[in-house]
Ligand binder design. Structure first.
Ligand SMILES: *Cc1c(COP(=O)(O)O)cnc(C)c1O
Length: 432
C-alpha cells in the first residue's frame, strides 16, 4: 500500500512520497509527515542484529516509498547513498556512533546522498534537468553539493556569502564542478536566502527551469536517518541486553525525529537523550510544558545554534507532551562544559570528540550522575569529525590530522562566479 503524507498544520489533504519529497514544504507552510509510522515485519525485528546495513536500510525505507520506488531501484539508491561505514565504537562504558565517515565528514551526508538519488529516480524520464537551488552559511551547501555531485538529471546551484565561509567550506562547494555550480554573493547569508526565495517566485525563472530546494526539513532527508539508529540498536541489542538510550546532539531536531521514527517502527530502543547547547528551547519545553522559540545564540557547537527547532512541529504532530516525556530526556550544555568534556574524554580514553559530540557526552554523563538513566547503555551520536572544528578542538587536544575525504576536498580548486546581492543578478546567472 502507498504511504500518504500530510502537513503538520492540517490533515485535510494528503500527497504521495514523490510530491512530499519534491515539494519540500506543504502549501500551508507545514512540514510533511507520514499519515502513520509503519512497523517492521516481525521477521525483521527478530533478526535485526544479524542484518546488513543495506538490508536494514531497505526494510526501514521501503514502507515510506512503496508503490513509488520499486524494490530494485530502492536497493540501488540505498547502496549508492550509504557507501560508507557507521560504526559504534566503545569509549569507556558508552558507545559512540560515528556518523562522520561520509564525504563531508558529518551525518548530513546520509540524508543528502539519499535525497539526491531519490530525486534523480523520481525525475527519471524528464527531459529537463531539475535545478536544486540552495543558500548556505557554510556546512549544508557542502553536504548538498557532495550529495548531488554526479547525480544524473540534476543540477545544483549553491549561493554562499562571499568571504564569509571557511576556505575548506568554499572548496567543498565550489571545487566540484560538473553538475554543481557555485555563486558567491557580495552580501550576507540572509541576502543569499532572500535571493533564493525570490527566485522560486520569479515567473521568468520558473518558466525556464524546473526547480526544487534541498531544505533540511525535506522528508526525504529525514527518513534515511532512521536507518543508522535501527542498525546500531540491532548491534547493541546483540551484545548488551540492557536498555538502550541514544544521546543525540540536536539543533533543528531532524536527527532526533528520525531516531523516534526508528523506535516507533519497532527497533529495540528504550529512549533518547536530546542534548543541546545553550540554545535550550527544547529542554525548557520538556520541563515546563510550554514551547517558547527564541533567537539563536552563537556557541562552539554552531551547527546546533537553533532557537526555534524546525522539526519540533513534526515531533509535536506525532507525540503528545506526556509521551515525549516518557521517551525522552533532555539536557543543555554550556561552551565551557563542552571544552572540558573534549579535554577529559581525550585524556581519559584517548578519543577526540568534536564539540557537538561533546555536548552529547556531557549530557549523558550528567543525567547518569543524577541517577536518571537507570543503568541503561548509552550510545552517543558523534555527528561530525573533530577535524572539521579544529579551531575549537586543536587548542585542547593538539594537532588533529584531517580525515582522507577532507584532505581531498582541501586539494580542490574553488571556482565560482561572483554576483551582487540583487535578485536580478541571480536571475541573469540562472538564465545565462
Ligand atoms: C546539523 C548538525 C547537528 C544538528 O542536527 P539536527 O538534525 O539539526 O538536530 C548536529 N551536529 C552537527 C555536526 C550538524 O551538522
Amino acid at each position: 500500500m502507498r504511504m500518504r503524507y500530510i502537513s503538520t498544520r492540517s490533515t485535510a489533504q494528503s500527497v504521495c512520497f514523490a510530491d512530499a519529497a519534491l515539494r519540500g514544504l506543504a502549501e500551508d507552510g507545514g512540514l510533511f509527515i507520514p499519515i502513520s509510522i509503519p512497523q517492521y515485519r516481525s521477521a525483521v525485528k527478530n533478526s535485526i542484529s544479524s542484518m546488513s546495513f543495506s538490508e536494514i536500510g531497505f526494510e526501514t525505507i521501503k514502507p515510506f516509498v512503496e508503490g513509488e520506488i520499486p524494490d530494485n531501484a530502492l536497493m540501488e539508491i540505498i547502496e549508492g547513498a550509504f557507501n560508507f561505514e557507521a560504526p559504534v565504537v566503545k569509549v569507556g562504558s558508552r558507545g559512540i556512533l560515528e556518523l562522520f565517515h561520509g564525504p563531508t565528514a558529518a551525518f548530513k551526508d546520509f540524508g543528502a546522498r539519499f535525497m539526491a538519488r531519490t530525486f534523480s529516480y523520481l525525475r527519471r524520464g524528464d527531459s529537463k534537468p531539475l535545478t536544486i537551488l540552495v543558500a548556505t552559511s557554510g556546512d549544508t551547501g557542502g553536504a548538498v553539493a557532495s550529495g548531488f555531485y554526479g547525480v544524473e538529471g540534476i543540477k545544483v546551484t549553491v549561493l554562499y556569502p562571499k568571504g564569509r565561509i571557511s576556505p575548506l567550506q568554499e572548496k567543498q562547494i565550489a571545487g566540484l564542478g560538473e553538475n554543481i555550480s557555485a555563486i558567491a554573493v557580495e552580501g550576507s547569508f540572509d541576502d543569499c536566502q532572500r535571493m533564493v526565495k525570490s527566485a522560486f517566485s520569479n515567473k521568468r525563472i520558473c518558466a525556464c527551469l524546473d526547480m526544487s530546494s534541498a531544505n533540511s526539513i525535506n522528508i526525504s532527508r529525514l527518513i534515511p536517518q532512521a536507518v543508522y539508529y535501527a542498525a546500531a540498536s540491532g548491534k547493541a541489542a546483540a551484545c548488551n541486553g540492557e536498555a538502550l538510550l541514544f544521546c543525540v546532539p540536536s539543533g533543528n531536531f531532524g536527527n532526533l525525529t528520525a531516531g523516534l521514527y526508528a523506535r516507533e517502527m519497532g527497533a529495540p530502543i528504550s529512549g533518547f537523550i536530546a542534548a543541546t547547547n545553550i540554545n535550550k528551547t527544547f529542554p525548557d519545553y520538556l520541563e515546563s510544558g510550554s514551547y517558547k522559540p527564541c533567537a539563536s545564540v552563537a556557541t562552539i557547537s554552531n551547527a546546533m545554534d537553533v532557537g526555534a527547532p524546525s522539526n519540533f512541529e513534526r515531533m509535536q504532530a506525532h507525540w503528545p507532551l506526556s509521551e515525549m516525556r516518557h521517551i525522552l530526556k533532555s539536557f543543555y550544555v554550556t561552551d565551557e562544559e563542552t571544552r572540558l568534556t573534549i579535554k577529559t574524554v581525550h585524556n581519559r580514553y584517548a578519543y577526540t570528540l568534536d564539540p557537538h559530540g561533546a555536548v552529547g557526552w556531557f549530557a549523558a554523563e550528567q543525567l547518569e550522575k543524577q541517577g536518571k538513566l537507570n543503568g541503561a547503555y548509552v550510545v552517543v551520536l558523534e555527528t561530525a569529525h573533530p577535524a572539521k572544528f579544529s579551531d575549537v578542538v586543536e587548542p585542547i587536544t593538539g594537532a588533529l590530522p584531517l580525515p582522507e575525504q577532507l584532505v581531498e576536498a582541501q586539494n580542490r580548486l574553488a571556482s565560482s562566479i561572483t554576483i551582487p546581492a540583487k535578485d536580478s543578478a541571480l536571475e541573469a546567472a540562472l538564465l545565462d
